[in-house]
Design a protein around this ligand. Structure first.
Ligand code: LLP
Length: 445
C-alpha cells in the first residue's frame, strides 16, 4: 500500500484533486494517475476503443433523468434529442419515462427504430421540411410544435384530425447566454413574436385548420441559461398570452412547454443549475399568473438536453505532439474541431486532465489544439497540464456528453469517434468509430 493510499487527503494533493462538479459522479482516482469511469480505468477504455472516443456514463444519465422527474414530478420532461441522439441513449430516456423532442425526420427515425412511444414525441424545427412533417404524421407523433405560417398550412393539409399542436412563441426574454444560442429574444428565426402580435395571429390560423388541435404554447429562451429569473419571466409572459387567448377566443389551453436550456458547469467553479429553485419558482410563477388571470393551470413540459447528458460524457484523446511556441505551449491531440466545434462556435471553455500515468513534474498552462487545418482549432485554452506532457499521453476532457457527438463533422475527412457507454464496470459500444470505408461509401465517384 502506498503512502497516498494510506492518507487519502495526501493522496488527493499528490494526484491533483478531481475538480468537483465537472466529472460524472462515478469518476474516482485509480492506480498510477488513472481515473476510474463507471468502474473502469480510462486507460483501459482508451486501449480497447482507441482515441478519440466519446464515453458516456449510463448511470449518470439515468440519475439525471430521475432527478428531473423527482424535482418536477407533475411536469412532463421531454429530453431534447438534438443534444445527443443514438439508439442506446434514447432507450435509456424511454426507460426512464421521459418524453422526447426531435427536430428532424432523421432524429425521428432513430427514435422510431427503438419503438420510442409516438405519443411521447414532440416535433420541433423552424423550417420543417415536408419530409419531416410526413415522417411525424406517419409515426403518429404526439405533438408538432408549429413555427411558421407556411408550416401551419402545410401540416393542416397533411394531417388528420386531431393532430395535436403547440404554437412556438418568442417571448422577448433574454437568456443571457451566447448570442448563437439565445432564442428567446425578438428579431430572429424561431417562433412567433409575442410583442408584435404574430403569436396571436398564428393561433387564429391554427384554429382555422380543421385537422389541427391546438393544445398549448411553447417557448425556448436559449441554451446554457443559468438565470432562473429568465425562465420565470418567460413563464409569466406565456401565461399572460394564454390569458389573452382565453379572453379573445374562449380558448383553454391545457399545456405550456417552457423549453430547455438549463446550464451545466464546464469549468471548476462554474455554478450548477439550481433545479430545485427552478422547480419552485416556475411552479409559483405559473400558479400565481394563472390565478391572477383566472385561467386553469396548464400542464407544464420542459425540454432539457444538455443538462441530462453533458455531465455524463468524457472524451479521451491521445497527445500527438507538443510544440513550444514563443509565448505558449501547444499540446496537439488526435481529435479537434471535428469532434468538438463548440470552442470555435461559442467560445466554449473546457477542463483537461492527464490520465493513465503519474506526472513527474509540476504544472504549466498550455493550449490544447486539434489536428485540423485551422488556427482556430483549439480545444482548451490556458489549461494546466504537467510540464512533462508528451506524445502518447492520454488526456480526458469532461462535460462532453451534449452537442459533441451531435455536432461532429468529417472535416479533413476525419472519421467521427465512437460512443461508448460504461456502467458498473461494463463498457458497450453504442456507436462505432467511423472508418475510411464509411467515408468512401457515400462518394459515388
Ligand atoms: N428545446 C428546444 C426547442 C431547443 O431548440 C433546444 C436546444 C432545447 C430544447 C434543448 O436545450 P438544452 O437543454 O440542451 O440547452 N449547439 C449548442 C446548443 C444548441 C441548442 C439548440 N436548441 C451548444 O453546443 O451549446
Amino acid at each position: 500500500m502506498t503512502l497516498a493510499e494510506l492518507l487519502p487527503t495526501l493522496g488527493d494533493s499528490l494526484r491533483g484533486k478531481l475538480e468537483a462538479g465537472i466529472w460524472p459522479r462515478s469518476v474516482r482516482h485509480g492506480h498510477d494517475g488513472d481515473l476510474m469511469f463507471g468502474g473502469l480505468p480510462l486507460s483501459q477504455l482508451a486501449a480497447r476503443f482507441g482515441t478519440p472516443a466519446y464515453l458516456l456514463d449510463e448511470a449518470e444519465v439515468r440519475r439525471r433523468c430521475q432527478e428531473y422527474r423527482r424535482a418536477l414530478h407533475e411536469v412532463e420532461i421531454a429530453y431534447a434529442g438534438k443534444s445527443m441522439t443514438c439508439r442506446g441513449v434514447l432507450r435509456w430516456i424511454a426507460e426512464e419515462g421521459l418524453s422526447l423532442d426531435v427536430c428532424s425526420a432523421g432524429e425521428l427515425a432513430v427514435a422510431r427504430s427503438i419503438g420510442f412511444p409516438a405519443e411521447r414525441i414532440l416535433l420541433h424545427g423552424n423550417a420543417k421540411t415536408p419530409e419531416d412533417l410526413k415522417a411525424a404524421i406517419g409515426y403518429g407523433v404526439g405533438r408538432v410544435v408549429l413555427d411558421s405560417l407556411d408550416e401551419i398550412e402545410q401540416l393542416g393539409a397533411l394531417a388528420r384530425y386531431p393532430q395535436q399542436v403547440l404554437v412556438r412563441v418568442t417571448p422577448g426574454v433574454d437568456g443571457h447566454t451566447h448570442k448563437a444560442i439565445a432564442t428567446g429574444v425578438e428579431d430572429q428565426k424561431f417562433g412567433f413574436s409575442l410583442a408584435s402580435g404574430a403569436a396571436e395571429e398564428a393561433v387564429r390560423r391554427v384554429l382555422a385548420q380543421p385537422s389541427l388541435k391546438l393544445v398549448g404554447l411553447h417557448c425556448h429562451i436559449g441554451s446554457q441559461v443559468s438565470r432562473v429569473t429568465s425562465f420565470e419571466e418567460a413563464a409569466r409572459r406565456m401565461v399572460g398570452l394564454m390569458a389573452r387567448l382565453h379572453a379573445e377566443h374562449g380558448l383553454v389551453l391545457p399545456q405550456l412547454d417552457l423549453g430547455g436550456g438549463h446550464a451545466v458547469p464546464y469549468l471548476p467553479g462554474d455554478p450548477d443549475f439550481d433545479l430545485a429553485g427552478f422547480a419552485q419558482r416556475i411552479r409559483c410563477a405559473v400558479n400565481y399568473e394563472c390565478a391572477a388571470h383566472r385561467i386553469p393551470v396548464p400542464r407544464l413540459t420542459i425540454e432539457p438536453g444538455r443538462s441530462v447528458v453533458a455531465p455524463a460524457g468524457v472524451t479521451l484523446y491521445r497527445v500527438v505532439t507538443v510544440k513550444h511556441g514563443p509565448s505558449r505551449t501547444f499540446v496537439a491531440v488526435d481529435g479537434g474541431m471535428s469532434d468538438n466545434p463548440r470552442p470555435s462556435l461559442y467560445g466554449a471553455r473546457y477542463a483537461v486532465r492527464l490520465v493513465g500515468r503519474r506526472a513527474a513534474k509540476g504544472m504549466r498552462a498550455v493550449t490544447v489544439v486539434g489536428r485540423h487545418c485551422e488556427a482556430g482549432d483549439v480545444l482548451a485554452q490556458d489549461v494546466p497540464l504537467p510540464e512533462d506532457v508528451h506524445a502518447g499521453d492520454l488526456l480526458a476532457v469532461p462535460c462532453t456528453g451534449a452537442y459533441h457527438h451531435s455536432l461532429a463533422s468529417n472535416y479533413n475527412m476525419v472519421g467521427r469517434p465512437p460512443v461508448v457507454s460504461v456502467c458498473d464496470g461494463v463498457a458497450r459500444l453504442l456507436v462505432r468509430r467511423e472508418t475510411e470505408e464509411d467515408l468512401l461509401a457515400r462518394d459515388l465517384g
